[in-house]
Design a protein around this ligand. Structure first.
Ligand code: HEC
Length: 97
């Protein structure tokens, strides 16, 4: 009776690493997901394109708005944002309605 449930749980547990490998581990991504979502969703910044330095400036603006981060955290997040949301990265296509 419980066997299908065990099979399902095993499937989920065993497939988790495969899902995680979808994108390589990136401490910058983890930090951004964890920290930037505390006050607003990513919809406020994900369409923006700028280099790491400008993202760093954005992060410091967020600190003026109340976030508390170390210099290392800011640099790690800015490096990730500059890579994934840099000036040469195409914007996401508008959603089809
Ligand atoms: C302490 C809360 C807080 C955190 C954490 C935070 N933000 Fe913000 N952010 C704000 C507020 C408040 C606004 C202004 C919202 C508005 O105008 O409606 C804002 C606006 C923005 C804007 C648009 C206005 C601007 O100044 O550029 C961007 C881009 C942005 N945030 C990016 C980020 C990123 C990237 C992170 C993570 C590195 C982050 N935020 C984390 C509070 C925060």
């Amino acid at each position: 009776m419980l066997r299908p449930l065990f099979a399902f749980v095993a499937l989920v547990v065993l497939s988790a690493p495969a899902v995680a490998q979808d994108k390589p581990a990136d401490p910058g991504r983890d930090l951004v997901m964890q920290k930037c979502a505390q006050c607003h969703t990513d919809s406020i910044w994900r369409d923006q394109r700028q280099d790491a330095r400008a993202w760093e400036a954005t992060a410091y603006r967020m600190m003026a708005r109340g976030s508390i981060w170390t210099t290392d955290e800011v640099k790690t997040m800015a490096a990730f944002l500059g890579r994934e949301f840099g000036p040469d990265v195409p914007r996401a296509k508008p959603q089809q309605r």
